[in-house]
Design a protein around this ligand. Structure first.
Ligand code: C6P
Length: 412
């Protein structure tokens, strides 16, 4: 990243210390830090613009509504959606995928149908499908990974047939960093079935320019908090004709057109899917985050991630006893690096790193089926965003050498 030290000043949290060390934040895949423009936009809204939206009789509400709907327009532009109406604000990726499974899934699945997932899905893209499979009698089928940690396209080809109604895949693995070739996958799915293709974009959208016109998906879900925005808001994008057809998954205020004692009719998309008071300040924060990412440029962010990941893989390769899980081809992965270190438990690695001010995640990363497939119960994981640099990777490597010596792993 050009002028990294300047950019880091946008992130106030990087000025604090942990255990007497400056914060080195290497857990952006869990949740990214927030720049001042995001904090300011939300603060400004609460201090001087706050009101509920779509209660248009008074000025403050009109202004709040304008800001909220402007956020929708900004997000639509960010992923090149055909219209802002294709953007549904949800609580996050998890809520978006649950909404899809309980609405689209429930209405389109019956016994004998199949839902296809991969072995590297996050629980948010596994459990909702298990729930709907139980209710409908549909069957879950998992596509295996290659030895190079990518989706096995030959296996996908032999799995997809007319029984498959839903294919739901990660756009980027939160453990392996793998970015599956979605257009190629889409071609296979379309050629061999009428299934809808859902992309879990929780890790992809914050790091790679996504154009929903060319992605090849029918639905895309992502969360603001991993893209420098606030918690509590995410997005479900869908093709307009599918959103039109889909039943709401939540009922309440805001999403209705008419209500009588026994029947109701729905508001047009996207309001149909936004029951209750929405996350207004969060939408405004998300819009500011999108603006911030655009100012840096998604291509610059991608290059930065590639550079850091390549450097990290190179330096991790110097650490004896370290096993790295993820593609070695840098072009097909993002800035997430998972590893184990001899028989040192990943939680111990994380604790030692924490004593040096370094935050990494350790555990199953909400991907237990993948952990079983890898033959481990846990890994340590470092993940990057715009504020990270090679100095952070160097600090990580030093911490890992300390972990080796504390746990008595022999040199070489
Ligand atoms: N992964 C991680 O540390 P929510 O929590 O709804 O914003 O996102 C869920 C989710 C869905 N899909 C993928 C690929 C994800 O990585 C995540 C969140 C975090 O890896 C928290 S478990």
């Amino acid at each position: 990243m050009t002028n990294l030290s300047h950019l880091r000043r946008d992130f106030p949290i990087l000025r604090r210390e942990v255990e007497g060390h400056p914060v080195i934040f290497l857990d952006s895949a869990a949740s990214a830090q927030k720049p001042i423009p995001v904090l300011d936009a939300m603060d400004r809204f609460y201090r001087s613009q706050y009101a509920n939206v779509h209660r248009g009789a008074y000025r403050l509400s009109q202004e709040a509504t304008e800001l909220y709907e402007d956020a929708r327009r900004r997000v639509a532009r960010f992923i090149n959606a055909g219209s802002p109406d294709e953007i549904i604000f949800t609580k996050g990726t998890t809520t978006a995928l649950n909404g899809l499974s309980s609405s689209w899934g429930y209405d389109h699945l019956e016994a004998g149908d199949r839902i296809v997932l991969s072995m590297m899905e996050h629980h948010a893209n596994v459990v909702p499908w298990q729930l709907v499979a139980k209710r409908t009698g549909a069957e879950l089928v998992y596509v295996p990974l290659t030895t190079g940690y990518d989706i096995d396209l030959d296996a996908l080809r032999s799995t997809i047939d007319s029984r498959v109604k839903i294919v739901s895949l990660t756009g980027m693995s939160n453990v392996l960093g793998t970015i599956p070739p979605m257009q190629q996958i889409s071609d296979i799915v379309r050629a061999q079935s009428e299934a809808v293709l859902i992309v879990d974009g929780a890790q992809l959208v914050p790091h790679v320019e996504v154009d929903v016109q060319t992605l090849g998906a029918d639905f895309l879900a992502f969360s603001a908090h991993k893209m420098l925005g606030p918690t509590g808001i995410g997005v479900l994008w869908g093709k307009p004709e599918l959103l039109e057809e889909m039943e709401p998954w939540e009922g309440g205020g805001e999403m209705i057109s008419t209500v009588d004692l026994y029947e109701s009719t729905w508001a047009p998309v996207p309001q149909k899917f936004e029951a209750g008071t929405p996350p207004i300040a969060e939408a405004i924060g998300l819009a500011a985050a999108v603006h911030y990412l655009e100012e840096i440029g998604m291509n610059a962010i991608r290059s930065h991630d590639l550079d850091l990941t390549e450097y990290a893989l190179h330096r991790l390769g110097e650490v004896p006893d370290l096993v790295q899980y993820g593609p070695t081809d840098i072009k097909s992965r993002g800035g997430v690096v998972s590893f184990t270190l001899g028989d040192v438990h990943p939680h111990d690695i994380a604790t030692i790193l924490d004593s040096r001010g370094i935050s990494v995640r350790a555990g199953h990363h909400c991907a237990k089926p993948l952990m079983a497939d890898l033959g481990v119960t846990a890994t340590a994981r470092a993940s990057f965003h715009v504020y990270n640099g090679r100095d952070d990777v160097d600090a990580l490597i030093e911490g890992l050498h300390e972990a080796r010596s504390l746990f008595g792993l022999s040199e070489g």
